[in-house]
Design a binder for this molecule. Sequence first.
Ligand code: MF3
Ligand code: CO
Ligand code: CO
Length: 285
Amino acid sequence: MTDEERKQKIFEEEPVPEHILVKIEEHRRRGMEVPDEELIKRPSHIEGIRAAGVINTAVLDEVAARIHAGMTTQDIDDIVSEFTRAHGGICAPLGYEGYPKSVCTSINAEVCHGIPSRHRKLREGDIVNVDCTTILNGYYADASRMFCIGEVSPARKKLVDETMKCLEIGLAAAQPWATVGDIGYAIAKYAHSKGYSVVRQLGGHGVGIDFHEDPFVAHIGHKKSGMLLVPGMVLTIEPMINAGKAEVVIDPYNEWTVSTADGKDSAQWEHTILITETGNEILTY
Ligand code: MF3
Ligand code: CO
Ligand code: CO
């Protein structure tokens, strides 16, 4: 059986618990946007995604141990691809919609989708996001961290720390029977209170059986709007927070790398989480 067939079979063999279906139906009747059943992962799926998360975390730990000024972003790509392969995983980015490398490395004013290159050296004072998505036995886990290279300016350090706080605030809002809009509302409110802006064009997403699933998780939003969060959903929260304006531009040459339009710094942290009956569980710790 292929990974795809195994994942599909689990949907039939492990149905969504009746009490959850009843509660979804109540919300639907009140006019709320609710997830399709295929967005609700079953115990065997969750086991698989959790195992992918363990490798994903180990990959980022390996990057954390080895990242330093003077290395190139291609060196990071080599670390990620070799370590992932050595642990039985696959790097999801490589070949994804034509993406040419195994990881995203986004420096300073780059918001996301920075492409590793042997011509780009990390310099003292840079802030860099390393975003890894790991496939294990067909299951996906997606996380990113910021790294400060040597001594960075107080403004950069603050942006990095406050962006982590934005992720934590998003995690706290990601409760069962809350909504996707509750997550974005909480994040944007905090970011704006610190004088930062929130990138709108990109966001978190359902993940686990595929790389990018529904729902789109905007990091701005309105309370009690957007899709209902139901136990068994797996999604990412990955706020991209800008020191200046929210507008972004895409590199016209590589057609991937997103940077701030005003050239000011941007930071991002990402986790994959499971919505549980009592809260959520981070699968990429
Ligand atoms: N990992 C990114 C995310 O958080 C997606 C990268 S797509 C790629 O969704 F092709 F650039 F790798
Ligand atoms: Co990611
Ligand atoms: Co993601």
